[in-house]
Structures are given as C-alpha cells and as structure tokens.
Design a protein around this ligand. Structure first.
Ligand code: FPP
Ligand code: MG
Ligand code: MG
Length: 398
C-alpha cells in the first residue's frame, strides 16, 4: 500500500456510474404516497459518500478481467504502468466491442493500443467475456446503498440522533413512525431489486447481511455490568468482541457487497474470496476510524454529533485503549457513562491517553490486510483504485 501517489483516482474510473445512483434510487423508491416518497428519499438528498456503491463498481471492474468464462475480447494496456486501461476499454465497449470485435474499427483500436501502449509487444486479446460494469452490478450498487440507508433510518431512531449528513436526523424532521416506515420501505424495495438479480448465491449473501446488522446491534446492546460480560475489562476478549461487533454492524455489508460484485462478474472462487477479505478488512478499518472521529473532529465537519458514542454508553476502541492506561475508566464504562460528568471525564482520559493513536494504528493494520487481499487480482487501474480507497479511509475526516 505504499505507492499511493501513483494510484488512480477512483472517481475518474467510476464517477459517471455513481452520478446516476441518486436518480436511480429516487426511481426505485417511487410509491403511491407522496409523504413516503419524501421521507424515504430524505437522506439521499444530502450528498452521501457512496462508498459501498463505489466499491461495488470498482470490484466489478477489477474482477471482470478474472472471469471463469474465457471469451474473446480486448485488453488494452497502459504503456506506463503496464496495467489495463479501462478508459480505453470503456471507449471500445461503447463501440460494442464484443459483437463488433472483428470489425475494422475495433481492430484498429486494439492494434493502436498494442503498438503505442504495449511497446509493440504482441499480445493476444483473448481474455475475458465480461466487459467491466454490468447492469447487475449497477443494481447491486443501488441495493447496497438502500440497505445501508435503511439501517441508518432505524439507527437514528434507536440512537436519538440529532443530525445526519448535515441534515436534521430523519425522526427529528418526520417523527419516529415515518422514519421506521421509510427504513422498512427501503429494505422492501432493496429486497425486490435483489430478487430481480436472479442470482441465488448473491440473494443469500446479501440477505445474510441483514441478520449480521441486527446481530451487531445486539452485541452492542449487551449488558456491560455483568462481571462475565466480554467487555468487563479491556483485555483481548473485549477487543475481539468489539471487533466482531464492528464486523457485523459495518464490515459485513461492505465485505458481502464486494463478494457479490465479484460473483456477478462470474469470477473464480479465489477472486471472490479475495474481494470478500478486502471488503471485510476495509469495513472494519472504516468503522474504527468512525469510532476515532467521534473523539477528534467537529460536528460540523462530521455531519453528525461527536462524542455521541459516550453519550450512548458505548466503549469503542479509543476508550478500550485508554482504559488499559487509566483503570479508573472501568467504573464509568460499567455504568455506561451515565452519571453527571462521566462523559466529560472519559473524553478527557481518552485524549490524555494513547487511545486515539492506537486506534488509528489498529485501523492501519486492517487497511493493510485489505490491500494484501488485492494482490491476487490481475493488475489494473481498478485494482489500484481499490487500494487508494483503502488508503483514504485512514485520512478521512467525515
Ligand atoms: C450506524 O452505527 C448503524 C449501523 C452501522 C447499523 C444499524 C443497524 C440496525 C439499526 C439494525 C437494523 C437493520 C436494518 C437493515 C433495518 P452508529 O450508530 O455507530 O453510527 P452513526 O454515528 O453513523 O449513527
Ligand atoms: Mg447506532
Ligand atoms: Mg447511530
């Protein structure tokens, strides 16, 4: 993960695909009730990061050149990096290269690329059947964003959130009932879109994410006052419980969206597994940074209130590390920071400790595991962009 400077900007590769997402989602959320339309589209009106759709698109591109079906199509190679140049593929795709492969126009394009882009070295354009992003990948990108947003609609009710994406939280604006209905509706439309993919493996994987989300939330709720509770002391057990919860509430959707994207590309099993491992590690790193930002950025920058986890009684990684240095945090964690001054004291101890630094190091560890998983992908601009997404997680501020 060290060559970040050279890495391709993900938005250059799939930015145009992502720009359609908001409109497509608005269409998918059409109902007979104007109010339901307004509420279910509310969070999409603010600019979300679209990280999950971005990953689906990039994995689609990165894996479409590692498919089981060996067909005859073009691979156009970038002269500098020796990597596959998707901008050329996209151009050739618009010439409908799979069916016009023998046509003069397409052949000329391939010859040009061979001559200028591949140093005159002959190569055989006999590699894959799938050309980058398929309509099923686009649907998957919409499905993952709908599942994510539906979980946020419910989460904001549960967490009594004040703001999200710089807007008043959904239930502050429309009330609890509307927020829950909108969350259910998004999930229902996501399920319909998932069924329409007609891919039983992807349907099962994405449905299992819903169980994981609830499982993760339940793990988070578990009573900390019990002496045998996994988070009764800041030891290895506490960290493994916290990390499992982190995978379930955040990593699972990311990991299984990446896996599903590779499956839709008809990738080989090892590539499908690598896509999953990439997403799993990236998702955990992403949530670790989320837990850290709760202590370090301003609410305006974050788009949601900071210090919120302590207010909710949650001991995340920065607190667990701080607790190892300052045992006096123990009683505060046990009573979920419920007494007057607890939140403030915990905040101060986290900042006095190495908790924030160590959380960033832990996130870096997961980010590096994510990058390692990409090693078996064929070299391509999309693979580089996936690496860049992983790197950017560590420096994000919102
Ligand atoms: C945000 O976490 C919330 C989640 C990642 C998942 C929430 C899941 C549920 C409420 C289970 C129900 C699921 C569905 C699909 C309806 P957070 O509260 O730590 O983050 P925040 O600061 O963004 O609120
Ligand atoms: Mg929550
Ligand atoms: Mg929340």
């Amino acid at each position: 993960c060290e060559k970040s400077k050279r890495l391709v900007d993900p938005k250059e590769l799939v930015g145009s695909e992502l720009s359609f997402i908001t409109d497509n989602l608005a269409r998918l959320l059409e109902s007979g009730h104007p109010m339901l339309n307004t509420v279910s589209r509310y969070y999409f009106s603010a600019s979300g990061k679209h990280i999950r759709p971005l990953l689906v698109m990039l994995v689609a591109q990165a894996t479409s050149i590692a498919t089981k079906r060996i067909g005859r199509t073009s691979i156009l190679v970038d002269s500098e990096t020796d990597h596959i140049d998707y901008s050329l593929i996209d151009r050739s795709a618009s010439l409908n290269i799979s069916s016009d492969f023998e046509s003069d126009k397409s052949n000329r394009l391939i010859e040009d690329a061979t001559r200028s882009g591949h140093g005159g070295r002959p190569y055989t354009p006999h590699v894959t059947a799938g050309l980058t992003i398929l309509p099923t990948h686009r649907r998957l990108a919409e499905i993952t964003e709908m599942i994510h947003t539906s979980s946020l609609l419910h989460d904001d009710v549960i967490d009594h959130a004040e703001t999200r994406r710089g807007l008043p939280a959904i239930q502050k604006r429309f009330g609890n009932k509307m927020a829950i209905f909108a969350g259910d509706f998004l999930l229902a439309r996501a399920s319909m879109a998932l069924a329409r993919l007609r891919d039983p493996e992807v349907i099962e994987i994405m449905a299992s994410v819903l169980c994981d989300l609830v499982d993760g939330e339940f793990k988070q709720l578990k009573n900390l006052e019990d002496e045998d509770a996994p988070m009764a002391r800041p030891d290895e057990n506490a960290f493994s419980y916290y990390l499992e919860k982190t995978y379930l509430k955040t990593g699972s959707l990311v990991a299984k969206s990446c896996r599903s994207s590779a499956i839709l590309s008809n990738s080989t099993d090892d590539i499908v597994e690598a896509a999953y491992i990439y997403g799993r590690n990236l998702g955990i790193a992403f949530q670790l940074i989320d837990d850290l930002l709760d202590f370090t950025v301003s609410s305006a920058e974050f788009g949601k209130p900071v210090g919120a986890d302590l207010e909710l009684g949650l001991a995340t990684a920065p607190v667990l590390y701080a607790w190892q240095e300052y045992p006096e945090l123990g009683p505060l964690v046990a009573r979920k920071f419920s007494e007057q001054g607890d939140v403030f004291k915990a905040w101060e101890l986290v900042h006095a400790s190495k908790g924030i630094e160590r959380t960033r190091e832990l996130a870096r560890h997961y980010m590096e595991r994510a990058c390692e998983a990409l090693a078996i992908f064929p070299p391509s601009s999309a693979r580089d962009a996936l690496e860049r997404v992983a790197l950017s997680v560590l420096t994000r501020t919102k």
